[in-house]
Design a protein around this ligand. Structure first.
Ligand code: NOJ
Length: 466
């Protein structure tokens, strides 16, 4: 608690440190820069079993005791299923260009494969049509972590059968929606759903272990590339990408003895999922133990892993400071948490570190195969309070100024970054953390489901006015 207080105080004090961004005006990014908001099916839709939807791993996980901090689940979430028209209108009212959302696989294929659910298919037609009717571009993520439970029961991402199931699902979506949707993201943050879901057990499906992690990694990388090929083949004029979480990783106290720890974390969190697509293979150089992944290779996999995406999405939330350690095995390194370093943090104890996004844009922009970058997510959870219908979230506005100042710096140095999507449109279900962390530009009063635009939302609205 005391550490938390110190960090929060530091967060407020840090305003002074980044004063250069105070005068930031969004028009300096230029006419063609894309501004958007992002959300994900399980985090917002609710209607978890409505109109023929099948259960996903997240329905199952949240219904188990003790998995979610506040004991909540996404059964209702922010009821986007019934509120989508208003929520799209809110996005448009902030003068944004893009509405990024994901498709729930088990709403379309209740058991993951074979028979489809007409009502689920229709729902996404309605969402897409509404975007067009309101003049905001739909950007669709095909997989934001809510795997159909029936597929998990056959091993989920650890079993190679997942590849064929994913191929069928993507092919179906491309044919169904491809005439209306041109901008696609195959996967959202594979490092997160594989690492947290199949190694740490902290996210659905709650599995643990190195073997599961390696198998799931390989299958996710193959599926990502296959998905890219399908969209390109099926959708005329497609703009196809995938999104990657990334964090600036630095040695504790700047000491060189921690450099190996940095290289390993970097390999695991930043390089593992993008480098195979770029034709660079898995990053064995920094993390030789990854070689074990080859046990799960089949003939032709090296080629199958490659795909030249039109853009990549980067999603940056925190910096990591790491040091060498006698535990855990294989990585022999551990993180020094932000709270122990007395640095500014958000409500989830993620370090607030604006230069991190600049460093990540430079890092990803330096890969030969990366043609275009969009920041497909960035945002912050702070303690919001609703008073007389107003939310004065000055810290969040400052966060955007600071981070966007760093995005601008990278752009001005020639990094091909041409879009920024805020996480998130509304407050929503923050996975294992439940509803306490609020990331939205729009405040949701959960008992009434009423929406209130926060000052940060109003800031974007006025900044993006023509
Ligand atoms: C990244 C994930 O894509 C999103 O689902 C999550 O809510 C945000 N990070 C914030 O933690």
């Amino acid at each position: 608690m005391i550490l938390r207080l110190i960090s929060t105080t530091l967060f407020f004090m840090s305003f002074g440190l980044y004063a250069q961004s105070d005068s930031l005006e969004l028009n300096v990014f230029g006419e063609d820069f894309l501004w958007g908001v992002a959300c994900a099916s399980y985090q917002v839709e609710g209607a978890w079993d409505a109109d023929g939807k099948g259960p996903s791993v997240w329905d199952d996980f949240t219904h188990q005791k003790g998995k979610i901090k506040d004991g909540s689940n996404g059964d209702v979430a922010v009821d986007f299923y019934n509120n989508y028209k208003d929520d799209i209108a809110l996005s448009k009212s902030m003068n944004l260009d893009v509405f990024r959302f994901s498709l729930s696989w088990s709403r379309i294929f209740p058991s993951g494969v074979d028979s489809v659910n007409q009502k689920g298919i229709e729902f996404y037609h309605n969402v897409i049509d509404e975007c067009h009717a309101q003049g905001i571009e739909p950007w669709v993520t095909l997989y934001h972590w809510d795997l159909p439970l029936a597929l998990e029961e056959q091993g989920g991402w650890t079993d190679r059968m997942i590849l064929d199931a994913f191929i069928d699902y993507v092919t179906f979506c491309a044919k169904e929606y491809g005439s209306k949707v041109k901008n696609w993201m195959i996967m959202n943050e594979p490092a997160a759903f594989v690492g947290l879901g199949y190694m740490m057990g902290y996210h659905a499906p709650g599995k643990k272990g190195v073997t599961k992690f390696l198998k799931a990694t390989h299958h996710a990388c193959l599926a990502m590339a296959e998905g890219g090929r399908i969209i390109r083949a099926e959708v005329e004029n497609a703009n196809v990408g995938s999104t990657f979480s990334c964090s600036s990783i630095e040695p504790y106290k700047g000491k060189t003895k921690n450099n190996k720890a940095v290289a390993k974390f970097d390999a695991m969190l930043n390089r593992l999922y993008i480098e195979p697509a770029l034709g660079l293979g898995y990053p064995y150089d920094a993390f030789p133990a990854f070689k074990r992944i080859e046990k799960y290779f089949e003939k032709g996999d090296e080629e199958r892993l490659k795909f030249d995406f039109d853009f990549i999405g980067i999603q940056n939330y925190f910096r990591m400071v790491v040091k060498r350690s006698w535990f855990p095995p294989l990585i022999w390194a551990k993180e020094v948490p932000a709270l122990k370093r007395y640095v500014p943090v958000n409500e989830m104890n993620f370090e607030i570190y604006p230069e991190g996004i600049y460093k990540m844009l430079k890092k990803f922009g330096a890969y030969g195969g990366v043609k275009r970058i969009i920041v497909t997510e960035n945002g912050v959870c702070v303690t919001d309070s609703l008073e007389n219908g107003q939310v004065h979230d000055e810290e969040r506005i400052q966060f955007f100024k600071d981070y966007l100042g760093q995005v601008l710096k990278a752009k001005n140095e020639g990094i091909p970054v041409d879009g920024y999507f805020v996480w998130s449109l509304t407050d929503n279900f923050e996975w294992s953390e439940g509803y306490e962390p609020r990331f939205g530009l729009i405040y949701v009063d959960y008992p009434t489901q009423k929406r209130y635009m926060k000052d940060s939302g109003k800031w974007f609205k006025s900044q993006l006015e023509n």
